[in-house]
Design a protein around this ligand. Structure first.
Ligand SMILES: Nc1ncnc2c1ncn2[C@@H]1O[C@H](COP(=O)(O)OP(=O)(O)OP(=O)(O)O)[C@@H](O)[C@H]1O
Length: 666
């Protein structure tokens, strides 16, 4: 089957004359309130839905129905078949019921005594009743199958999305367009899937009932079919106008709604709560909120008024058409072209078809609008799959003797300058290797490449000669422990925050917790290791920045990996915890290769080798002593830091003894 998502709506297909952009445009632009400009994609979609010609909707519909059925089939084939089959069958019984009604009316309107006429009508009456019961039961069963199907579709869609997002290259997140596409797919895109499936079922149901009524009416008298269309057309026109008017309301209010949701978030979100109070922002923000909410309210009122007029016009048109149809029926009766019984059934069939048509048009409109968002989801999945790591060609060595970085260059997606240029160095197993340099010199980038989170643009990283780019990314990453500078605060228990997806081993946990004083942090938690570390949960506990860093360090130590990468592991630690950490690295990490990034140079004096980076280039390598023996960035930075500590220490009695505090020992 064709997997290509339907093309996005072309604004050229829209019919701007139908819309009332004056109401909407004023709200779509960024105000002078410093808020970001409106997400134009949402605006475009609402506009496309509000102004699309019926032909445009009809053209896109088959592709959308095709995708909805594919989604439904993947989520639950049995329920998909059941829902569709039962709805079709229910349409058959609708037609049967209508046809049997003629029999009832014919018998009742025939000449003769009433008991005889009722007796004659009985078989047809039973048929009408039976068809009605069967139709109700089938509709109920179809509804049940549909109710089972829809949540499965939602789950399926979300699972497909998260399976891809959790595996795509990390660099995808550095591409702002990709990231924006992801948020659209995850938000309105994925929730539209369930709605499109539901609309597709409604389209099938509505179309079946409409066709059933059409067949019944044609069987009664071929002249009645044009009459059905005469009455249906104003109904269709009214339904489209009402739907369009609803979209216009949405279009006009989308700007203020978007802005008021941002302002509401600023007024209630935990992350802004501190600054909001410190800088007394309440009245400023509340005034803005009131202004934006006022625009929203006024736009709603204007469009509600228009909506009422549209509905009235629609109802008037539909009423006039019905009147004309009944007049035509009367004329046909008067001319004896139509028996009375058939005319009675025709009235019923016309009413049935009008309801079916109204439902059908509502479903078509909704399917088109939600389909715009579903297309976002499908397009995103298609693009994201191209960001998945390629299949492995080579096995990654279980234990390595050397890691060779060979002429590696790397530029972040969208970046104008390389973060690393032609970097070459070698790490031997068991070494402590330090990366130093000023802010932005490329240390973290090199660490991320070593952890195989990014792939070099040119050059390569080899473990015992095997190029990591040719191996299974997951297999490499499972052999690396990363203590990241911007480590995650998992909204889980303290234990899970250290153990993560690994097996829970109390001895290992105890050892890892001792490496940076995490054991002291946990001892003070109300439920120890089982305390939730996220304020959004009941009975949870909020850790300080330094306490979180201790947890993150223990996480890296817990992982039984031959390569451990520590990026600024002590930036938030107090002096005692920092000392414990570097002691742990020196004494207990000898069986592992440690890559250490820190600005506190005293901590790396004992590293086996120190590499200095400057503007993405490797400018010097050597031991502390070797680098101190020559002019250069390392010596300059080290002496600067040492000078800051080189102050006289007052004696406990307050007199200056002339002793000097030395940089802490590594
Ligand atoms: N995700 C990213 N997307 C785009 N550019 C980035 C990204 N991360 C880093 N950079 C850029 O790459 C360069 C190197 O950054 P990197 O984080 O490797 O420096 P660093 O030496 O670790 O700095 P610091 O000491 O401040 O942590 C910088 O110019 C930075 O702006």
């Amino acid at each position: 089957m064709d997997d290509t998502p339907p093309p996005p709506a072309d604004p050229a297909d829209a019919d701007p004359a139908d819309a009332d952009p004056a109401d909407a445009e004023s709200t779509a632009e960024s105000g002078d309130d410093g808020l970001p400009a409106l997400n134009m994609r949402w605006y475009d979609y609402a506009e496309a839905a509000a102004t699309a010609r019926f032909t445009v909707v009809a053209r896109r519909l088959p592709a959308l129905i095709h995708h909805a059925l594919r989604l439904a089939w993947r989520a639950g084939p049995a329920d998909t078949v059941t829902t569709m089959a039962l709805n079709l069958l229910s349409g058959v019984f609708t037609a049967l019921g209508l046809l049997a009604t003629t029999g009832v009316l014919e018998a009742l309107l025939a000449a003769g005594p009433t008991p005889d006429r009722v007796r004659a009508a009985l078989p047809s009456l039973l048929l009408v009743g039976g068809a009605g019961v069967a139709q109700s039961l089938l509709s109920a069963a179809a509804g049940w199958a549909q109710a089972r199907l829809e949540p499965r579709v939602q789950q399926q869609v979300e699972m497909e999305l998260y399976e891809v997002t959790s595996r795509i290259d990390l660099s995808s997140y550095d591409d702002s367009e990709f990231y924006e596409a992801l948020s659209r797919a995850e938000g309105p895109g994925s929730s539209a899937a369930q709605q499109v499936v539901s609309d597709t079922v409604d389209i099938v149901t509505g179309a079946t009932s409409f066709v059933a009524a059409g067949i019944a009416i044609t069987t009664l008298h071929p002249l009645l079919l044009p009459l059905l269309f005469v009455t249906a057309l104003p109904e269709a026109w009214a339904a489209i106008r009402v739907a369009r008017s609803r979209y216009l309301m949405m279009l006009a209010t989308i700007g203020p709604r978007y802005h008021s949701s941002i302002l509401g978030n600023l007024l209630s979100n935990q992350w802004f709560a501190g600054d909001l109070r410190s800088y007394t922002m309440q009245d400023f923000l509340l005034a803005q909120y009131q202004r934006v909410a006022g625009i929203y309210r006024d736009a709603q009122l204007v469009l509600a008024r228009k909506n009422v007029v549209t509905r009235l016009a629609g109802d008037a048109g539909s009423g006039t058409a019905s009147g004309l149809v009944y007049l035509a029926l009367g004329l046909l009766l008067a001319a004896s072209w139509l028996p009375l019984a058939v005319a009675g059934t025709a009235v019923l069939a016309i009413r049935t078809s009008r309801t079916a048509l109204s439902n059908l048009i509502h479903a078509v409109n909704s399917c088109y609008e939600e389909g715009l968002y579903l297309t976002d989801y499908l397009t995103f999945l298609e693009t994201a799959r191209t960001h998945l790591p390629p299949p492995a060609e080579a096995e990654v060595p279980g234990v390595f003797a050397t890691i060779a970085v060979e002429k590696v260059s790397f530029t972040y997606p969208g970046g104008d300058q390389p973060a690393l240029r032609d970097v070459s160095l070698t790490l031997a197993a068991g070494q402590i290797v330090a990366l130093v340099g000023e802010n932005g010199s490329g240390k973290s980038t090199l660490a991320k490449l070593l952890a195989h989170l990014y792939t070099p643009d040119s050059g390569c990283i080899r473990w015992d000669g095997v190029d990591l780019a040719t191996t299974d990314a997951q297999a490499v990453r499972s052999q690396v422990a990363v203590i990241a500078q911007d480590h995650a605060h998992w909204p889980m228990t303290a234990r899970v925050n250290v153990v993560l997806a690994d097996e829970d081993d109390p001895d290992r946990l105890h050892r890892a917790a001792g490496s940076a004083g995490t054991d002291e942090v946990v001892a003070d938690l109300p439920r120890g290791w089982d305390t939730m570390l996220d304020r959004r949960f009941k009975d949870s506990h909020q850790l300080s920045g330094g306490q979180w860093q201790r947890v993150a360090v223990s996480r890296g130590f817990y992982r039984d990996a031959p390569l451990i990468i520590c990026d600024e592991p002590s930036s938030n630690l107090d002096a005692r915890a920092e000392h414990t950490l570097f002691e742990a690295i020196r004494r207990h990490m000898r069986d592992r290769t440690v890559v250490l990034i820190t600005h506190r140079l005293a901590n790396i004096r004992h590293a086996d080798v120190i590499h200095v980076l400057d503007h993405g280039e490797l400018t010097a390598s050597g031991t502390h002593e070797e680098l101190m023996a020559r002019e250069g960035t390392y010596r300059d930075l080290y002496l600067l830091q040492a000078a800051a500590y080189d102050t006289p220490v007052p004696a406990s009695g307050g007199t200056d003894t002339g002793e000097h505090v030395r940089p802490p020992l590594g």
